[in-house]
Design a protein around this ligand. Structure first.
Ligand SMILES: [Zn+2]
Ligand SMILES: [Zn+2]
Length: 144
């Protein structure tokens, strides 16, 4: 969190209480959280908790690379790589909804380059892999 604050100061970004609260929740969770879960958190902290508050905070965090949206889950995770606008791959566990962020494998970066050559500029390439994490595989979790 100190790191995030430093970066906000450096880039003159305003880390409002709502934004900070949402990011803190994501950092602690180590899994994807939906906007509604984050609204609960805002309410618990005594902050304004209308849906637009959560969505605006999430837009800010995603835009500046502090968080990612996981389309598969319609949920959000804190970015663990700390630089904005990087290509990333996400390993999404369908059992416990943990999300691990990993670097985009080289072959996929090759695809990005190929696509960019076809007179199209790729600005964002996100890979989401769905499966089971080690803990869930071991526990035999098999809910679709
Ligand atoms: Zn990231
Ligand atoms: Zn799992």
């Amino acid at each position: 969190m100190a790191e995030v604050r430093a970066r906000c100061e450096e880039e003159k970004l305003r880390l409002t209480p709502a934004r900070e609260c949402v990011l803190n929740a994501l950092l602690e969770a180590h899994r994807a959280m939906t906007a509604y879960e984050l609204l609960d958190r805002l309410r618990d902290e005594g902050l304004p908790h209308q849906p637009p508050v959560a969505y605006r905070a999430l837009d800010f965090l995603v835009e500046h690379g502090f968080a990612h949206r996981i389309e598969r889950l319609s949920a959000f995770v804190a970015c663990t790589h700390g630089s904005d606008h990087h290509a990333a791959a996400f390993l999404v566990c369908r059992g416990c909804r943990t999300v691990a962020e990993s670097k985009l494998p080289a072959p996929i970066r090759g695809i990005e380059e190929t696509m960019s050559r076809e007179s199209f500029t790729v600005e964002r390439l996100v890979v989401e892999a769905e499966g089971l994490c080690a803990a869930c595989a071991e526990a035999g979790t098999d809910t679709p």
